[in-house]
Design a protein around this ligand. Structure first.
Ligand code: HEM
Length: 228
């Protein structure tokens, strides 16, 4: 029963919430579709943390997606023992990098009073949920080896069955609770998407590629020095 709740009810509820509430937020409060910046208040820790976190998590999530959408290709990629080692070690390295990045985000908000003042409860909830999820991912990858392979026989059939609207959780039932927690955590984060600053993840600024030039005009009297 608990497995049905976690692996069927939670994913569909999270997906429905994410889709409906994202549209509602777009229609009612479009200008909040970005991550409220605290960059002007502190920039040096933010830029290091941001690079570490975004690159690491993007690659990790692309690998999750690749193994789900192209399981055949993924299995061929893992063909030999050497490839498997490289992939697992890279995954663990990236997981550590993402934990450091997120840890810095959190430390910066805790330690600097002016940043703490602009941090909402939603921000804290999101940061803690993400940290728990990446630490769980790291633990799963280190304690239950060769996750890149067994992902194909557990997560892939489950996730694709959810998309086909014909949920099949047989492969998940016998899994250890740590792995179950990580799988469920993915959908808890999906549910948080429309309610937190995570919404910025779906607004890639690709419009910049074709938007017209921006002409910046100084709106102040030119002094003799900057004129000549
Ligand atoms: C339902 C969704 C998800 C499933 C089924 C899933 C499954 C897995 C599995 C099986 C591993 C072990 C891979 C290995 O040993 O090589 C793993 C690792 C990891 N996961 Fe997830 N995950 C999900 C969502 C997420 C999300 C949303 C995040 C981050 C926000 C995340 C972050 C990580 C990290 C940091 C690792 C360790 C690095 C790695 O080995 O790739 N996962 N995940």
């Amino acid at each position: 029963m608990i497995d049905q709740l976690i692996f069927i009810a939670l994913p569909y509820t999270a997906a429905a919430l994410a889709i409906v509430m994202t549209i509602v937020r777009w229609r009612t409060n479009r200008f909040t579709y970005s991550s409220l910046s605290s960059q002007l208040l502190e920039n040096s820790i933010l830029s290091w943390a941001s690079v570490a976190w975004h690159y690491a998590i993007l690659i990790i999530l692309l690998a999750h997606l690749g193994a789900t959408v192209f399981p055949g290709l993924w299995a061929r990629l893992l063909g030999g023992r050497f490839q498997l080692y490289v992939l697992e070690i890279t995954g663990l390295g990236l997981a550590l990098l993402s934990i450091v990045g997120l840890g810095l985000f959190i430390w910066r908000r805790l330690a600097l009073r002016r940043i703490r003042a602009v941090t909402t409860r939603g921000d804290w909830l999101l940061l803690i949920a993400l940290l728990a999820q990446v630490i769980l991912g790291f633990l799963v990858a280190s304690l239950y080896r060769w996750g890149a392979t067994w992902y194909l026989h557990t997560a892939t059939p489950w996730l694709t069955s959810l998309v086909r609207l014909d949920p099949n959780i047989t492969a998940l039932v016998p899994l250890p609770w740590l792995i179950k927690l990580h799988f469920a955590g993915g959908f808890v984060i999906l549910a948080l998407l429309p309610f937190t600053r995570l919404i910025h993840a779906i607004t890639l600024p690709i419009g910049y590629l074709w938007r017209p030039y921006q002409i910046v005009v100084w709106n102040r009297r030119q002094t003799r020095a900057n004129r000549g």
